[in-house]
Design a protein around this ligand. Structure first.
Ligand code: PLP
Length: 396
């Protein structure tokens, strides 16, 4: 059996139409299949390769750590320099109250930790999410997603979960957040909804309401954080700060890692009643932490944020006038290009793949094409990618 048949035979499948690309090697914005055919990755392995595939700073950090140690002990017992230095570096990127980081292995896991922390801080149980939100596939994270089709076959999920409207400042909407509410989780920029950008007024009103009733405001920056929108954290676009911040994906530079970050005094609640109130064997794996620190330093030292806005604009300018493109929603290098239908988009994505550009749909927005390339993409590479995307559209 060849690899493709083995993939279909032995690897659990979650769709009848996996992309089935057999990548042998990847570097920068490019992936190469076993025949040497080159593909441009304009989705960064879905929001992961923010500094490109195999950035030399990331691979060097991994190699250096390989020669020191791998896993030593479950999370939070030993003083491991990769975890300590990353926690310190994260705190330096954040407002002073977000000064304590708990490391995990994925976005969903980090969301679980954040929800538990909100319950401990408030002593309450009610949780609030938003329509079309995506927070992960584990039971708690899935409970907070805002798409009933995605959730219904897995009920019962968490009780006392309410879904309210994104970007709606009305009292009717925000008053669902009340003094029984433990936490409100929101993506400052919604990803799987197809890049939905709220107003500053909405985020400010949400912050105000949470403060009024003593609910924890949790920002899920798993997809929009780590430079994706042109600021290191997406919430920096707004006049509001979260009580708890969740990150993952692009944080690891290609390695699995997630984290929730909060106030030191709040995190301390996990120490008592029960002791060890949140446990992870592999959370903060040394290899993932050094890769993440190298990623963070690369974004800052190579000043990658400075050009993200202009690069996004270039993509937009090269695509917006095509008659097939209905609209483009974007912030920095987080973009959704809207077409007339799912069928049209599917043809375009498949044409693009043939031509050597890998794109994707969004979970909860089936007519829009995802564009979220590595932040390291050059203007020439954007031209190259857009020429192929235009060709894919013309052939559709
Ligand atoms: C906003 C957001 N939250 C949470 C998750 C879940 O992260 P993971 O797939 O690492 O569990 C994702 C993944 O796409 C996401 O985009």
């Amino acid at each position: 059996m060849n690899l493709r048949s083995l993939f279909l035979e032995y690897q659990a499948q979650t769709s009848d139409t996996p992309l089935m690309l057999e990548v042998e090697r990847a570097e920068g914005i490019y992936m190469f299949d076993k025949n040497g055919k080159k593909y441009i990755d304009i989705i960064s392995g879905i929001g992961v390769s923010n500094v490109g595939h195999r950035h030399p700073n990331v691979t060097k950090a991994i190699q250096d750590q390989l020669d020191k140690h791998l896993h030593l002990m479950v999370y939070g017992e030993f003083v491991q320099s990769p975890q300590v230095l990353l926690a310190e570096a994260l705190a330096k990127t954040l407002p002073s109250h977000l000064n304590s980081t708990y490391f995990l292995n994925s976005g969903s896991e980090a969301v679980e930790g954040a929800l538990k922390l909100a319950k401990r801080i408030t002593g309450r149980t009610k949780l609030i999410g938003f329509d079309n939100a995506y927070h992960g596939s584990s039971h708690g994270a899935l409970s907070m997603c805002g798409d009933e089709t995605f959730k219904s076959r897995f009920r019962p999920l968490l009780p006392e979960v309410y879904t309210i409207k994104y970007n709606d400042t009305s009292a009717e909407n925000l008053s669902v957040i009340d003094n029984k509410t433990a936490g409100v989780i929101i993506e400052p920029i919604q990803g799987e909804a197809g890049v939905k950008i709220p107003t500053n007024e909405f985020i400010k009103a949400l912050r105000k309401r949470c403060s009024e009733v003593g609910a924890q405001l949790i920002f899920d920056e798993i997809q929009c954080g780590f430079g994706r929108t042109g600021k290191f954290w997406a919430f920096e676009h707004f006049d509001a700060e979260p009580d708890i911040l969740v990150c993952a994906k692009g944080m690891g530079g290609g390695m699995p890692i997630g984290a929730f970050i909060g106030r030191k005094e709040d995190m301390a609640l996990f120490k008592n009643n029960p002791m060890l109130g949140h446990i992870s064997t592999f959370g903060g794996h040394p290899i993932s932490c050094v890769a993440s620190l190298a990623t963070l330093n690369t974004i800052l030292e190579e000043q990658l944020l400075a050009e993200v806005h202009d690069k996004g604009e270039l993509f937009k300018n090269l695509l917006k006038d095509l008659p097939e493109v209905k609209s483009i929603r974007s912030i920095g290098l987080m973009m959704a290009v809207e077409f007339e239908s799912y069928e049209k988009l599917t043809t375009i994505i498949s044409n693009a793949m043939e031509l050597g550009v890998v794109s994707d749909w969004f979970l909860f927005c089936s007519d829009s094409m995802r564009i979220a390339p590595p932040l390291t993409i050059t203007k020439e590479e954007i031209q190259e990618a857009c020429e192929l995307i235009v060709k894919a559209i013309r052939l559709s």
